[in-house]
Design a protein around this ligand. Structure first.
Ligand code: ASP
Length: 578
């Protein structure tokens, strides 16, 4: 037996018993006549003590032990003279009697501590060492708990976990595919799935009724902090359901996750239409942890001689609570912030509403204090608040104001990672017009059904049609999305047509689905939740990478195994690529 206990297990009740531990030397303090080693494993850290009673040979062996050596230690559990309240095992130590080096180690390239001296790159290169650090390990433990809770919930609700293929067919719709050459079919390629969408729909045609899968998906997109080329979805589909059934089911799942993993209870999740979300927050994923709702000042701001506002389609304000005291420098910084090319505002107007003083704005030349007070009243300003105003065309102004609102939320500390505000955004547009390509795109995907009430408008005014689609948004992050699907062959064909597919293209790319719809496809719908994002949200972090055991870097590289990489000439020729 290598060990009788783990390094996280021993307590004062074990005092006096003889135990064997195995683990890694996290910290070594050799005082000559006495030595201590912090022995670490997945479960925790236990102090190992070599004291005067130990023979000199053991003590001299300690002198040869380096950090991260793998050790096996047998000895007696004893109460510590100086207890360490920061460690669960801190009341005891192990007095060494026998001691074996199971494997030596090179000195690690960074310290394996909660606060490490290693930068991002070196930690990714030695990810197996980084994973020994407690915070990183805890992230993966959290991930495991969430996966277990999801499986339990869905399995108890009658969902079947079914695997779908990873080598599938490339389709130009959606993001870019990763492709894989086929040796046995020279010149032909598989694609890795961007999602199991069509397969889960086929499973509904097969009568599986409730499907789920915690599944890897692949998208060859430019990377951002919250994106990885391969990522994991909780992918689900149900038959004989309407939108309400799906929302209820997955709201129930989220409530269980929050209850089991975070100990938080929720009432009904807020629901908001896409239109309202855009109007009130300029975003289809509003962060509801704080207010600062948009207020439309167009009518009040125009016609007073201020050209910038007069020529704008829209003038929008937000009220930043208790921020009237922002210094000139801070306000200049805010203006610079919104003028950055990524945001693109031309400028920003502000108005301070200080207690007992008339409103003071950056456009006092054009507006009387009474007029500014009207702005304040419109935006529910309280004494001490700061009103920030942007203008321009409606669409851009909303987008810019969304950025400014989130930025102010950060500055004012209103985006607490320990507060969770889940919500559903519903009634997305079915289509969005691509000005460059002069064609319609499916906003969600081409299998999404229109709202029954909007069906007729598919012919007369496609842009106005709302989809039977929904997103789960938590704290301004899109955690998942889905829709009720089209299950009627004729409607699916019409949809492909609207999206600019010729009949042949639709057949060659999705013929299998259109055929399946002719063999009794039930009404169905589903959702997919981004599992990596869910983990980072529960872990209070913005970075999904911290919750993936072996993630890729911003260039899509795995720097540990050095992938992607060139392949042998012989492999290339076997694949017919040379
Ligand atoms: N397959 C969709 C996606 O990956 C989600 C869904 O509609 O279920 O976004």
């Amino acid at each position: 037996m290598y060990r009788t206990h783990t390094c996280g297990e021993l307590r004062i009740a074990h005092a006096g018993s003889t135990v064997t531990l195995a683990g890694w030397a996290a910290r070594i303090r050799n005082l000559g006549s006495m030595a201590f080693i912090d022995l670490r494993d997945r479960y925790g850290i236990t102090q190992i003590a070599f004291n005067e009673n130990v023979g000199m040979d053991l003590l001299s062996m300690v002198a040869g032990v380096g950090r991260e050596y793998v050790l096996q230690v047998k000895g007696k559990v004893a109460e510590r003279a100086a207890r360490n309240p920061n460690l669960p095992t801190g009341d005891v130590e192990l007095i060494v009697e026998e001691f074996t080096v199971l494997n030596p180690s090179l000195t690690p390239p960074f310290t394996i501590e909660n606060e490490t001296d290693g930068g991002d790159d070196i930690r990714m290169q030695y990810r197996y060492l980084d994973l020994r650090r407690e915070p990183v390990r805890n992230n993966l433990i959290l991930r495991h708990k969430l996966a277990q809770s999801v499986r339990n919930f869905l399995s108890n609700a009658g969902f079947l976990e079914v695997e779908t293929p990873v080598l599938i067919k490339s389709t130009p719709e959606g993001a870019r595919d990763f492709v894989v050459p086929s040796r046995m079919n020279p010149g032909q390629w598989y694609a890795l799935p961007q999602s199991p969408q069509t397969f889960k729909q086929l499973l509904m045609v097969s009568g599986f009724d409730k499907y789920f899968q915690i599944v890897k998906c692949f998208r060859d997109e430019d990377l951002r902090a919250d994106r990885q080329p391969e990522f994991t979805q909780i992918d689900c589909e149900m038959s004989f359901v309407e939108q309400e059934d799906i929302l209820q089911t997955f709201e129930g799942m989220m409530k269980q996750l929050f209850r089991e993993v975070k100990g938080i209870e929720f009432g009904d999740f807020e629901r908001m239409t896409y239109q309202d979300a855009m109007r009130r927050f300029g975003s289809d994923k509003p962060d509801m942890r704080f207010g600062m709702e948009f207020c439309d000042l167009t009518d009040l701001a125009q016609g007073k001689g201020f050209g910038v506002f007069d020529s704008a389609e829209s003038v929008i304000g937000i009220c930043a609570p208790s921020a009237a005291g922002f210094s000139r420098k801070q306000l200049d910084e805010l203006t610079e912030y919104v003028k950055r090319p990524q945001i693109g505002a031309k400028g920003m107007v502000y108005c301070r509403f200080e207690e007992g003083m008339p409103p003071k704005s950056s456009v006092d030349k054009f507006y009387t204090p009474e007029q500014l007070a009207e702005w304040g009243a419109r935006c529910n300003v309280k004494p001490g608040d700061l009103l920030l105003v942007l203008s321009g065309n409606l669409h851009s102004t909303r987008k810019q104001m969304n950025e400014l609102r989130l930025h102010m939320g950060n500055l004012l500390g209103l985006r607490d990672p320990n507060v969770f505000k889940p919500m559903w955004v519903v009634d997305f547009p079915l289509l969005e017009f691509d000005e460059n390509g002069q064609r319609w795109h499916a906003m969600h995907h081409p299998f999404t059904s229109p709202l029954p009430t909007d069906l007729a408008a598919m012919e007369s005014d496609p842009g106005s049609v709302r989809a039977n689609a929904y997103d789960l948004v938590i704290n301004g992050v899109e955690i998942g999305g889905g829709s009720i699907r089209i299950h009627d062959r004729a409607l699916q064909s019409r949809m492909f047509q609207l999206l600019g597919f010729t009949e042949e293209q639709a057949k060659s790319q999705f013929g299998f689905l259109l055929s399946a719809f002719e063999y009794g496809a039930p009404p169905h719908g589903g959702i997919a939740l981004g599992f990596d994002r869910l983990c980072s949200l529960f872990g209070g972090s913005d970075s999904i990478r911290d919750f993936i055991a072996f993630p890729k870097n911003n260039a899509g590289r795995d720097v540990m195994i050095d992938a992607p990489s060139a392949i042998d000439a012989s492999q290339l020729s076997e694949l017919g690529l040379k």
